[in-house]
Design a protein around this ligand. Structure first.
Ligand code: AMP
Length: 224
């Protein structure tokens, strides 16, 4: 099963993605997380990416596209993958489509979470990252996933904030990129929506991201 996951930053994409990952036992490939691991590990890639990430800009396509296409070639992706955070613009969408076709790999499902920009912004500013697992959901503004004091609600691990989550200008830039339906992330999502309509093999589904995490999950499961 090969799945693409779209949703504005703050839409719960990571949380819902983790559910799909477990359901289908797929490697969850998150472009942003790969960059963060590289920054933490002090790699050359991390150093290059950091200057863009801190400002809320996209890391250039020359760096990001080969990084993700190479990742999809790795052994653990042979039986499927869940790709999250890529593609983020139309160029990346076209390159991904071309490279999948070249490798005879079919995309099965595309999920698009729809969420109002203002709600997404508040959710970003409230989220906290668990030191043990970034997929442990913690958000100080969402009751059902409120941290346990200043500790992770799932495992009690230490929590931190992402620097780019607390900077309103950077959030604004990330959302400008996401909601741009001409060249940005929505354009890349619509690129696959058109393919789904034309080729009929891809299942394209939308999810309303506004309800609670549990309700969005229920909608997701019912549509799969
Ligand atoms: P995320 O964790 O998905 O919010 O990504 C964090 C940051 O990593 C983004 O704001 C971008 O700077 C960078 N990034 C992640 N995915 C991509 C991508 N597909 N293309 C370019 N930059 C990306």
């Amino acid at each position: 099963m090969n799945i693409l996951f779209f949703g504005p930053n703050g839409s719960g994409k990571g949380t819902q993605g983790a559910i799909l990952k477990d359901k289908y036992n797929l490697p969850h490939i998150e472009s942003g997380a790969i960059f963060r691991e590289n920054i933490k590990g002090g790699t050359e890639l991390g150093a290059k990416a950091k200057e863009y990430i801190d400002k809320g800009d996209l890391v250039p396509d020359e760096i990001t596209i080969p990084m993700i296409l190479d990742r999809l070639q790795q052994d653990d992706c042979k039986d499927g993958w869940l790709l999250d955070g890529f593609p983020r613009n139309k160029t990346q969408a076209i390159k991904l489509d071309e490279s999948l076709k070249e490798a005879n790999i079919e995309l099965d499902i595309v999920v698009e979470i729809i969420l109002d920009r203002e709600i997404a912004k508040n959710r970003i500013m409230g989220r906290r990252l668990c030191a043990n697992d970034n997929n442990h959901p913690n958000n100080i503004f969402i009751d059902v996933i409120k941290p346990d004091g200043d500790k992770c609600r799932v495992c009690g691990g230490d929590l931190s904030e992402r620097a780019d989550d607390q900077d309103e200008d950077a959030i604004g830039k990330r959302h400008n990129i996401y909601y741009d339906a001409d060249t940005g992330t929505l354009a890349s999502s619509y690129y696959f929506k058109d393919l789904a309509a034309k080729e009929g093999k891809i299942k394209y589904m939308t999810l309303d991201g506004a309800p609670s995490v549990k309700d969005v999950t229920a909608e997701l499961i019912s549509k799969l």
